[in-house]
Design a protein around this ligand. Structure first.
Ligand SMILES: [Fe+2]
Length: 345
C-alpha cells in the first residue's frame, strides 16, 4: 500500500483505504478503482493524499477490445449452456481451456465501472440457471477484487462461480424445473448438487483443490446450518464463503417471491438481515459497501414517489445513504421514514 499525493494519482489505481470526510461519511471505499471523475471530486473535497494499492504485475489476458459488455455476457452464457449440456452427457471438463475462453470475458465485464448493471436478470425466455451461473461468477470475481485478493484467486473465483451449480446436471429435470413447492425428499435430492459438482470436477483436468472445495461448500453456512457437510465458520474456505454471498445476492435479486425488479438497496437490506450468522460478515460488509458505492451520483426512487440523488454513503449503514431531493438533503441513516425502492439511473 502506498500513500500518494492527489497530484500523482492516476486513473486505474485502486484505493487501499476508505476516503472519509469529517462527518465520518465514506466518499470512496477501499477497493474502488480511481478514474478521472473521482480524482476531480477528491480535489474538490480538498483531499491531499490517498492510500493506493501497489500495482499488480500479473499479465492480463487479452480480449477483442471491440466486444461489448452485452456480447461478452452472451458469449459466457452460451459457453455455460454448452458446458452444461456436455457435462450432462458425461463429458469431463478441461478447466485450462475453460479459463482461456472465459477469463478475458469475465475480466472485461468486471473491469467495467457499470458492472452491476451488466448483471442480467431473468426474462421470460431466459433460463435462470445459465444467467445465475454467469452472474455468480462475475460477482465472485468482483468480490475477490474488492477484498484485494491476488489476480489468480480472483480468476479461480470466477471459474468456481461459473461452475458452482454444475452438479445440477445430475439432478432429474422434473425436480429441477418443478414449478410448485418441493417435497422433503425432492429437496434432499437438490441438496446433493454440491457433491455432484465436486465429483464432476474431480474427474476434470486443470482443477485446483480450492475450486473443488468452493463448489462443494457453496451452501455451507457459518452457523453450521448449511449442506452437504454442516461445516462451521473456520471449516469453510474463503472461496466458498465468497461464492455463498454471490449466490445469495443473485438469488435475492432474481427471486420472484420478492419483486420482479428489486433495487440494489432493497437487496442489500435483505442480504444483511438474512445473512446474519449465516454468511461471512467480512465478505458481506465489503460486498455491501462496494455495491452501494456504485450508486453514488445515481438517481433513486423513494417510497414517497420522489426521485432523489445518492450523495454520500454512510459508514454505519451503506444501504441508507445521504440523499438529495430537490435542494434538500436527507440522511437515510437517521430518517427511517424514507426508503429507497428503486435505482432509476
Ligand atoms: Fe447451489
Amino acid at each position: 500500500m502506498n500513500l500518494v499525493s492527489i497530484e500523482d494519482v492516476k486513473s486505474g489505481m485502486i484505493l487501499a483505504r476508505d476516503v472519509i470526510n469529517d462527518l465520518g461519511i465514506i466518499f470512496m471505499s477501499a477497493g474502488s478503482e480511481i478514474n478521472s471523475a473521482s480524482i476531480a471530486s477528491l480535489k474538490k473535497l480538498d483531499i491531499d493524499f490517498v492510500y493506493v494499492e501497489e500495482a499488480d504485475q500479473a499479465a492480463a489476458p487479452s480480449v477483442d477490445e471491440h466486444i461489448t459488455m452485452e456480447q461478452a455476457y452472451t458469449r459466457l452464457m452460451n459457453l455455460y449452456k454448452s458446458i452444461y449440456a456436455n457435462v450432462g452427457l458425461g463429458k469431463s471438463l478441461n478447466l485450462d481451456q475453460l479459463k482461456r475462453e472465459t477469463l478475458p470475458l469475465f475480466k472485461k465485464i468486471t473491469e467495467d465501472n457499470n458492472v452491476l448493471n451488466s448483471l442480467r436478470r431473468v426474462g421470460v425466455h431466459d433460463s435462470y440457471s445459465y444467467i445465475h451461473s454467469v452472474n455468480v461468477a462475475i460477482l465472485a470475481m468482483i468480490i475477490g477484487k474488492w477484498l484485494n485478493l491476488k489476480t489468480h484467486i480472483q480468476e479461480d473465483l470466477a471459474i468456481a462461480g461459473f461452475l458452482h451449480d454444475i452438479g445440477k446436471t445430475n439432478i432429474p429435470l422434473d425436480i429441477l424445473d418443478k414449478p410448485g413447492e418441493l417435497t422433503v425428499s425432492e429437496f434432499e435430492k437438490i441438496k446433493e448438487h454440491p457433491i455432484h459438482g465436486y465429483r464432476i470436477l474431480q474427474i476434470s483436468t486443470g482443477v485446483t483443490n480450492e475450486i473443488m472445495e468452493a463448489v462443494k461448500h457453496h451452501h455451507e453456512r457459518i452457523d453450521g446450518s448449511g449442506y452437504p457437510d454442516g461445516l462451521r465458520d473456520r471449516e469453510i474456505s474463503l472461496y466458498a464463503k465468497i461464492l455463498a454471498v454471490a449466490d445469495v445476492f443473485d438469488a435475492i435479486t432474481a427471486n420472484k417471491s420478492y419483486r420482479s425488479k428489486i433495487s440494489v438497496y432493497a437487496a442489500a437490506r435483505v442480504l444483511k438481515t438474512e445473512s446474519f450468522n449465516k454468511l461471512e460478515p467480512k465478505v458481506t460488509e465489503v460486498f455491501l459497501k462496494n455495491i452501494s458505492r456504485f450508486y453514488v451520483g445515481n438517481k433513486v426512487k423513494l417510497n414517497t414517489g420522489e426521485i432523489g440523488e445518492v450523495i454520500l454513503l454512510n459508514k454505519t449503514d451503506v444501504t441508507r445513504p445521504l440523499i438529495k431531493i430537490g435542494e434538500m438533503y436527507f440522511d437515510l441513516s437517521t430518517n427511517y421514514k424514507l426508503e429507497i425502492v428503486d435505482v432509476v439511473g
